[in-house]
Design a protein around this ligand. Structure first.
Ligand SMILES: C[S@@+](CC[C@H](N)C(=O)[O-])C[C@H]1O[C@@H](n2cnc3c(N)ncnc32)[C@H](O)[C@@H]1O
Length: 265
């Protein structure tokens, strides 16, 4: 579909209504995609992820882009090149993620590249290297999460941003829980719940010098990690008020009790 076929906002709204949306994206002319993630959470994630980075002239790879909110935002913030990639939701016959991405990209008129590729197949040969890599909400969807993070990390020249679900935050050592079935959010594609120590230590192991963990606007069981190889593009460090804080003692106790009596319920 070209821009011309979407000239009326009614036509665009009708196409938007036919599709499933995870991101709430303002497409202009009063058309806003009805994302499962609210506009407020999307806006706060965008702020926490991008406000500390000068993207001008940099290349950005968005792994697991889905509807494309973060790819579009990177391009709007003057990244020289943005490649959006995805596999599961883009190829899914009911979710129709690639159609949502293409529709939003045309409506916004943004020059963002797209490639359908599994995160496990990302390599210097298949996609090349990028200054900044977004690995948002994907880690725990891979059975081979640790290997996939390693593959993605290899491609990041300056900065890798990882956003993930967290578990076992009461444990002060690197740890990760396994979800063999649909225990997490009733979604069989959710395999792992790492704690913040695990993500930090993996990132350090991949040669990132400075790891900043930011609290997520959605609650204590998610976080955003900025892993810097070089801080050339950093405008400012994470603010103290935005930092991921250790769990309070009382929350740790409640979680420990839950662990003893059945963590999965
Ligand atoms: C929770 S959504 C996150 C979407 C977006 N990055 C965000 O943070 O809002 C997970 C995304 O990862 C994608 N995904 C899951 N497994 C993948 C894989 N093996 N390779 C590439 N993308 C994958 C899904 O298709 C989906 O778009």
């Amino acid at each position: 579909m070209g821009r011309d076929e979407l000239t009326s906002s009614a036509a665009l709204q009708a196409r938007v209504n036919e599709l499933q949306w995870h991101h709430t994206i303002d497409l202009g002319d009063g058309v806003v995609t009805p994302g499962g993630k609210s506009q407020a959470i999307c806006a706060e994630e965008v702020r926490l992820i991008f406000d500390r980075i000068r993207l001008n002239g940099l290349s950005v790879l968005d792994v697991g882009a889905w509807n494309g909110l973060f790819s579009f935002e990177a391009r709007r913030r003057n990244a020289a090149r943005v490649l959006a990639t995805d596999s599961y939701c883009w190829a899914h016959p009911h979710i129709r993620g690639r159609e949502t991405f293409d529709l939003a990209r045309v409506a916004l008129g943004l020059d963002v590249e797209a490639q359908e590729i599994d995160a496990a197949d990302l390599s210097p040969e298949s996609v090349g290297e990028f200054d900044v890599i977004l690995f948002l909400g994907v880690f725990y969807h891979r059975y081979d999460a640790v290997d996939t993070l390693a593959k993605v990390a290899r491609l990041a020249k300056q900065l890798l941003i990882v956003e993930t679900h967290l578990e076992l935050r009461d444990i002060d050592e690197p740890a990760m829980i396994f979800f063999p079935g649909t225990e997490l959010a009733n979604d069989p594609t959710n395999w792992w719940g790492p704690n913040e120590h695990l993500i930090r230590d993996l990132l350090v192991g991949h040669g990132f010098k400075d790891i900043e963990a930011t609290a997520h606007p959605g609650g204590t069981n998610r976080a955003i990690f900025h892993a810097w190889r070089s801080t050339e593009a950093r405008l400012r460090p994470v603010a103290e008020s935005e930092r991921l804080k250790p769990l309070s003692r009382s929350l740790k106790c409640r979680r420990a009790v839950r662990a003893i009596f059945g963590r999965k319920k």
